[in-house]
Design a protein around this ligand. Structure first.
Ligand SMILES: Nc1ncnc2c1ncn2[C@@H]1O[C@H](COP(=O)(O)OP(=O)(O)O)[C@@H](O)[C@H]1O
Ligand SMILES: [Mg+2]
Length: 246
């Protein structure tokens, strides 16, 4: 028996962006302990779904529900959702000029985990910098300013590992990564996985999923899930592309 309190349930979700309908009734369940892959061609609405899960106000929900911890979370703000354990790793991480990395990480960590947890913060952070092969000087820089594509993605994954969310959404974390960075990130994500956290991994390539081994694979086309399956579906898509599903 799965307890619905441990799931994020997306029901018949409809949404618009910049006046245009992008999601046309998405149904999807995310479960603690599971890694769900969401694939689909460019422009199919994957990032829109990710942004709506996190509560980005630029995206207008026109119908449906997102239930987490037994509550419809659609009216909750981004920071409330973060405190409820949701985390989004951006496809295009934002540069924050004037915001120091250490300040950003420590302030966010304090908000999420409280003053008491700060006693372990520096040890955790140093440990994670090593795991992601990042230099201590990284912490003196401004968030994402002048970072390479790989450093930006590593920064997203460092936050994921540090903040220890219940559900993580990884939006095209693999894009722009060389194979070594990809393997390093995949290894760290695999290490973070426990029966008490869940992942939605968005990608349109096989290569990240070769390392992450999804429990379920769903394909989004024109704002609707058109096909669901297991890892075998990833191989099928790699061979046949997406046209046969349109
Ligand atoms: N902030 C935005 N402003 C205007 N149009 C957007 C915005 N975000 C997404 N769109 C449009 O919504 C559609 C779906 O985009 P997106 O969700 O980014 O797709 P995917 O991530 O699957 O490539 C596209 O046509 C895209 O141009
Ligand atoms: Mg996208």
């Amino acid at each position: 028996m799965t307890n619905n309190k441990n799931n994020i349930i997306i029901k018949n979700l409809h949404a618009k962006v910049a006046g245009k309908t992008v999601l046309n009734g998405v149904d999807l369940k995310l479960r603690l302990g599971k890694l769900v892959a969401l694939m689909g061609p460019n422009g199919s609405g994957k990032s829109t779904l990710a942004n709506i899960l996190m509560g980005n106000p630029e995206y207008e929900v026109t119908g449906g529900q997102i239930i987490w911890q037994g509550k419809n979370i659609l009216k909750k703000s981004i920071d409330e959702r973060a405190r409820m354990g949701l985390f989004l790793s951006f496809q295009y991480p934002h540069e924050l000029p004037g915001v120091n990395m250490y300040e950003f990480l420590s302030t966010s960590f304090r908000i999420l985990h409280g003053d008491e947890a700060m006693k372990d913060f520096d040890t955790k952070l140093t440990n994670l910098l090593q795991k992601f092969k990042l230099n201590e000087k990284f912490l003196d820089r401004n968030v994402n300013v002048g970072f390479s594509g790989g450093e930006k993605k590593k920064n997203e994954m460092l936050q994921l590992a540090l903040f220890d969310p219940k559900f993580s959404i990884l939006d095209e974390t693999d894009s722009g990564l060389d194979i070594d960075a990809l393997k390093l990130i995949a290894k760290n994500v695999n290490n973070i996985r426990t029966p008490n956290n869940g992942f939605l991994v968005i990608t349109h390539y096989q290569r990240l999923l070769n390392f992450l081994k999804p429990d379920e694979v769903h394909v989004l086309v024109n704002g609707k899930i058109v096909k669901s399956g297991g890892v075998e579906l990833v191989k099928q898509l790699e061979k046949k592309g997406y046209d046969w599903l349109k």
